[in-house]
Write a protein that binds this ligand. Structure first.
Ligand code: MN
Length: 347
């Protein structure tokens, strides 16, 4: 397991030299942010980013994300050119030593939350998703971070209509086409592709969502075709046995990237993001890490969102302090599992 930390580049108030001081972190997860979605990243930009990260004493082996253009997801317009661009990005990142690329196939919106700084009982604040809030929202009239602000309300309305028309099966068909195009390139470059599950893992605003891991993995039979397993996304449905998913997909060698955060699931299925410690949320982080340890997980892990604590402000979910606490907590659990020889005890 390699502990990593997300870094949003030059504009991130959490700087590389601060990340370098978290004892367990070997590298950052980042991206070239200056290029419009769908276009090819310049090799000079990739190399400059890598040099900057390496100079700070950190690795750049994971990219999150190389975004997938809406035309690819809808199978329309310029999708063939965008897929060729995507392949070129895989080749260029591989040439710079990148080993894992995280991406998602969520229509229009990336993650969805209804509150970005919900006060918690301890005086910190965190991202939250309240079903009653979301039910009242009109996606054409509001904007949340992570959402593409480049669409006008009428364009947004049109896009949502197109997704509703192709439906879930249409989205699957376009995903399959995309996977069959890019995976031979990724495999030949020895880059692991790791799709992030939809967040939250249910339909929002009537848009189709792809969340079935078995069906996804069956699209392409190669170990490079894998998952970013995100405990905060998949773990926010009570009936999901997240630890069993780690054992199953980790056992198949298909989890390349682990996002771990804790969530407190509320009675109506809403959730609040919480501190990583098991006691603070609905997920047992020790059980989850034990499962990763048991399957011999060799991929990358990062603390996913954190709360804002100690007065910190910044990008919601991506402050320094709580994510650093989460990283150290998980590194401590991992070291204990290793030193206790947990795997040998249970053989
Ligand atoms: Mn995640």
């Amino acid at each position: 397991m390699k502990m990593t930390f997300r870094w949003y580049g030059e504009s991130d108030p959490v700087t590389l030299d601060k990340i370098r001081q978290i004892p367990c972190v070997s590298g950052v997860v980042t991206a070239v942010y200056s290029v419009p979605v769908g276009e090819v990243w310049r090799s000079e930009d990739i190399d400059a980013l890598k040099r900057q990260v390496n100079k700070a004493g950190l690795e750049m082996e994971v990219i999150e994300s190389v975004p997938v253009h809406e035309d690819i997801k809808l199978g329309k317009g310029d999708y063939k050119r965008y897929i060729e661009n995507y392949k070129e990005n895989i080749r260029r990142l591989a040439a710079a030593g990148v080993k894992c690329i995280c991406y998602n196939f969520m229509p229009v919106f990336d993650w969805t939350r209804s509150r970005l700084n919900q006060p918690l009982a301890d005086g910190s604040n965190a991202l939250a998703y309240y079903k009653a809030d979301v039910d009242k929202m009109d996606p054409a009239k509001i904007s949340l971070p992570g959402w593409d602000a480049s669409y006008s309300p009428s364009e947004m309305g049109e896009l949502i209509k197109e997704y509703k028309e192709i439906g879930e099966e249409g989205l699957w068909k376009n995903l399959e086409y995309f996977i069959k195009e890019i995976m031979p390139v990724a495999a030949s470059c020895d880059v692991n592709m790791a799709i992030h599950p939809d967040d939250p893992p249910w339909s929002v605003f009537g848009l189709p969502r792809i969340i079935t891991n078995d069906r996804f993995l069956a699209l392409y039979d190669d170990v490079h075709h894998g998952l970013t397993l995100c405990s905060g996304s998949l773990g926010c449905i009570k009936s999901n046995d997240y630890t069993a998913m780690v054992k199953k997909y980790g056992g198949m060698g298909r989890i390349h990237f682990a996002h771990i955060r804790n969530v407190k699931i509320l009675d109506d299925g809403s959730f609040e993001e919480s501190a990583h410690m098991s006691d603070c949320g609905s997920l047992d982080i020790v059980e989850i890490l034990k499962a990763y340890y048991e399957v011999g997980f060799k991929g990358y892990l990062r603390p996913d969102h954190g709360r804002m604590i100690w007065g910190e402000t910044g990008k919601p979910g991506y402050g320094l302090y709580d994510r650093a606490l989460g990283a150290m907590y998980m590194a401590g659990i991992w070291e204990t599992l290793e030193k206790a020889g947990f795997d040998k005890m249970h053989r």
